[in-house]
Design a protein around this ligand. Structure first.
Ligand SMILES: Nc1ncnc2c1ncn2[C@@H]1O[C@H](COP(=O)(O)OP(=O)(O)O)[C@@H](O)[C@H]1O
Ligand SMILES: [Mg+2]
Length: 233
C-alpha cells in the first residue's frame, strides 16, 4: 500500500460571524494515500470547499488534527501554510483564474518564473502538450473555450510538480463533454504520472470516475446512502 500523505482526525472548521458560528466542517476523519484519485461529493453548502481548503493548507482548521505530507499543520502559522502551497500543493477552481492579458504559455510559465526555474519555456510547452493544448500555446484566455482554459489552469497547476492537486468544482462552468474530458485528463495524469488528486464535484457521473468518493453532508462525512445524492440526480 502507498503511504498516507494526508490524514485528518476530527478535523473541524468553524466560521465565526458576529451573530453566529457556522460549523462548515465537523469531526472529519479521513486518509488520503499517495496516488489516490479522490472525489468529494455533497450538495451545495455541505462543506466541500471548506474541507478542500483545509486539506490543501489554504485555510486553518479550528480544531482536530491535520497532517499533510508528513507535517502536522493543525496549528501551523500562515507562513508554513504558504510554504506547503508553494512547494507541494496546487489548486484549480471553477473560474479557471487565468491572467487575461497573458497567453496560455505565459500563464503556465508564471509559477516557474516565481520558482526561478531556468528552463521555463521548454517546460511550459511540455506541460501544455501534456494537457493537449500544443496548438493553443499563444492564445489569450479569451481566445480559448472553457475546457481549454481549465486545461491551461491544470498545466499551470502542474508547473511546480505538486505532490497533490486539489480541484474545487473544476467542471462547474463547463458543458457535459468538456467536463468529461477534464476528468479523463485527471484520470490520465493519475495513471501515467501517479498524481494524487482531490476533486469536489456534485456531478455523480464524474465523481464515479474517481477511485474513491467521500460523501459530505452538513459538514460531516456520511455513507453514500445518507448523502442525499443518487446517480440519477
Ligand atoms: N468565508 C465564510 N464565512 C462564513 N461562512 C462560510 C464561509 N464560507 C462558507 N461558509 C458557510 O459554510 C458552509 C459550507 O460552505 P462550503 O464549504 O462553501 O460548501 P460547498 O462547497 O459544499 O458548497 C455553508 O453554510 C456556507 O454558507
Ligand atoms: Mg464549494
Amino acid at each position: 500500500m502507498k503511504e498516507i500523505i494526508i490524514k485528518a482526525e476530527k478535523l473541524t472548521r468553524t466560521y465565526k460571524l458576529p451573530a453566529e458560528e457556522i460549523h462548515a466542517v465537523r469531526d472529519v476523519d479521513l486518509e488520503i494515500r499517495s496516488g489516490d484519485f479522490i472525489a468529494i461529493m455533497g450538495p451545495s453548502g455541505s462543506g466541500k470547499t471548506t474541507l478542500l481548503d483545509s486539506l490543501g493548507c489554504l485555510g486553518r482548521i479550528s480544531s482536530g488534527r491535520l497532517s499533510v505530507l508528513g507535517r502536522d499543520v493543525s496549528q501551523a502559522k500562515e507562513n508554513t501554510l504558504v510554504f506547503m502551497r508553494r512547494k507541494f500543493i496546487s489548486f484549480i477552481f471553477q473560474d479557471f483564474l487565468l491572467i487575461p492579458s497573458l497567453s496560455a504559455l505565459e500563464n503556465v510559465e508564471l509559477p516557474l518564473y516565481f520558482a526561478r526555474d531556468k528552463q521555463d519555456r521548454g517546460r511550459a510547452v511540455e506541460l501544455l502538450q501534456k494537457v493537449g493544448l500544443q496548438d493553443r500555446i499563444n492564445h489569450l484566455p479569451k481566445e480559448l473555450s472553457g475546457g481549454e482554459k481549465q486545461r491551461v489552469a491544470i498545466a499551470r497547476a502542474l508547473a511546480i510538480s505538486p505532490k497533490v492537486l486539489f480541484a474545487d468544482e473544476p467542471t462547474g462552468n463547463l458543458d457535459t463533454k468538456s467536463s468529461q474530458e477534464i476528468f479523463e485528463l485527471f484520470r490520465k495524469l493519475n495513471k501515467e504520472d501517479g498524481l494524487t488528486l482531490v476533486v469536489t464535484t456534485h456531478n455523480p457521473q464524474l465523481g464515479a470516475l474517481a477511485d474513491r468518493i467521500f460523501y459530505i453532508k452538513d459538514g460531516s462525512i456520511v455513507p453514500k446512502e445518507a448523502s442525499g445524492l443518487s446517480l440519477s440526480s
